[in-house]
Design a binder for this molecule. Structure first.
Ligand code: PLP
Length: 388
């Protein structure tokens, strides 16, 4: 099987598994306990926090461990907007882009539904890019937060985060970015990016599902979503997932160290794959930006097919990929991300996303490109009216 669905999830790296194992077995303590087992767990958690902080170029106290990317996004969007509103009741708007992951979009909609916020949605161009001028125009005195993703999970387009964050900062508005897909592939230095908050998910980069991180800058206040014993500096109560945090920090550290080399290698393979698919299926439409895209994502529409049928054929041919985001999979609605690019709902139904782990090989992608040609051909033959 050739696994080309890494944007949905990745296998746990051996190093991460080995690093977490002691905290699931012998060193199973609760970090809040005042005995040696608890102290060992607390030390492991502190070590994991420092390792994450090193990659993000921030202080350990600015790192909050969460149950994943979704929780990190929820905590950022709701937690920052509500904390700012508590300090200044005139703040009642948030700005997001039209192609955010539901974890951000639905958090903004929650603020609208339950707390009376207005949500300003920035359109994207045909390649999925947000305009810096549009952001400048959208920010108002009442804006509590801007949240724009670093790289999109369906089309891979990378936003100019540093420039967008600068605009936000000029207006004194905190800037959050969902870096769930970017982590492992793009630089994550929060000082260089100039962001005030950033979300990461462990299972996209070789740590287990159910581990995540939210960075929040300095004294930026965050209203907690989960109340209890005051863990994670009261930003996120609940006994900490020590093993998950250790695994995430290990996978993040390793992928960060490997990143420049792997990003260059996989980008080159991705470009070859894109060229091969466009050459053998000439009417295929590459979605997203040609160059400002994640090394790991190649996404297409194949007009005259259905994305789900192409997926089934590809799986028969030994290639596993996705018709869009894992969250939207199984839903009949066309992808809102693709529709935001100006793609018709009919064409959006023909989308297939290929996303790569850092260990993908040349041979795998060559074989996959051949399978794409075969699968699209088969689906089109089946759809064509039969003679007689
Ligand atoms: N944000 C983006 C861009 C994602 O791609 C995902 C997962 O697909 C998430 C957030 C949610 O992360 P998690 O699966 O860890 O909840």
């Amino acid at each position: 099987m050739i696994f080309l669905d890494a944007a949905a999830t990745t296998p746990v790296r051996r190093e991460a598994l080995e690093a977490m194992w002691p905290y699931l077995s012998g060193e199973f303590g609760n970090p809040s306990s005042h005995h040696s087992l608890g102290e060992a767990a607390a030390a492991a958690l502190a070590g994991a926090r420092s390792a994450v902080a090193k990659v993000l170029n921030c202080r350990a106290g600015e790192v909050t461990f969460t149950s994943g990317g979704t929780e990190a996004d929820n905590l950022a969007v709701k937690g920052i907007a509500l904390a700012r509103q508590a300090a200044d009741p005139s703040l009642n708007r948030v700005v997001i882009s039209a192609i955010e992951h539901p974890a951000v979009e639905e958090s903004a909609r929650y603020l609208e539904r339950v707390h009376g916020f207005a949500v300003d949605v920035l359109a994207v161009d045909g390649e999925g890019l947000v305009s810096i001028d549009d952001l400048r125009a959208a920010i108002r005195p009442e804006t509590a937060l801007v949240s724009i993703m670093y790289a999109n999970n369906e089309i891979g387009t990378i936003q100019p985060i540093a420039a967008l964050a600068t605009v936000s900062r000029e207006h004194g508005v905190p800037f959050h970015t969902d870096a769930v897909q970017a982590a492992g592939w793009l630089p994550l230095d929060v000082k260089a990016l100039g962001v005030d908050a950033l979300s990461i998910s462990g299972h996209k980069l070789g740590a287990p599902k159910g581990s995540g991180v939210l960075f929040t800058r300095g004294r930026l206040r965050v209203e907690p979503l989960i109340h209890g014993g005051g863990q994670e500096r009261a930003r996120r109560s609940g006994t900490e997932n020590v093993a998950g945090a250790v695994a995430l920090s290990t996978a993040l550290r390793l992928s960060h160290a490997e990143q420049p080399e792997q990003a260059a290698r996989v980008s080159a393979l991705r470009n070859q794959f894109i060229d091969q698919v466009l050459a053998t299926v000439p009417d295929a439409l590459l979605t997203g930006h040609r160059s400002h895209r994640l090394p790991s994502v190649a996404s297409f529409c194949f007009p005259g097919t259905s994305g789900e049928s192409v997926l089934l054929e590809l799986e028969r041919l030994g290639v596993v990929c996705s018709s869009g985001s894992a969250c939207a999979a199984g839903s009949d609605a066309p992808s809102p991300v693709l529709v935001s690019l100006g793609i018709t709902p009919e064409t959006a139904q023909t989308a297939v996303r290929f996303s790569f782990t850092s260990t993908v090989t040349d041979a795998e992608l060559e074989q996959a490109a051949v399978a794409v040609e075969t699968a699209v051909g088969r689906v089109r033959n089946l759809a064509a009216p039969q003679p007689g």
